[in-house]
Design a protein around this ligand. Structure first.
Ligand SMILES: [Zn+2]
Length: 105
């Protein structure tokens, strides 16, 4: 997938683990999703593959990309259309690129 940014740059999404891409979960869906994970952990049935697929199918995120040239964000709306947001500082802020060592285990 490629997105042509309004600034002319091309946002490329053709692999995994991209620093300029995000899976965004709205607050209304977040706690529900955590509840699904908790229920899967507590499920005593032996069919772990089925339980894992139920959790994955219920994952409520939408996708987002940041243009590394201008910082413009492109987010999927509820109809899977791209909506653009331009930061006031007009620069790439690496907003989705959290350093791995900052994650809490
Ligand atoms: Zn751009």
């Amino acid at each position: 997938m490629k997105i042509t940014c309004a600034c002319g740059a091309i946002i490329v999404d053709q692999s995994d683990d991209l620093p300029h891409k995000a899976h965004i979960i709205g607050d209304k869906d977040y706690l529900d999703f955590l509840g699904r994970i908790d229920a899967a952990i507590e499920d005593s049935s032996a069919d772990k593959a089925r339980i894992a697929m139920q959790v994955r199918r219920g994952e409520p995120s939408r996708l987002g990309w940041e243009c590394v040239a201008c910082g413009r964000l492109y987010l999927n709306d509820a109809s899977n259309n791209l909506v653009a947001y331009l930061p006031e500082n007009r620069q790439a802020n690496r907003i989705f690129d959290r350093p791995r060592n900052s994650r809490k285990d």
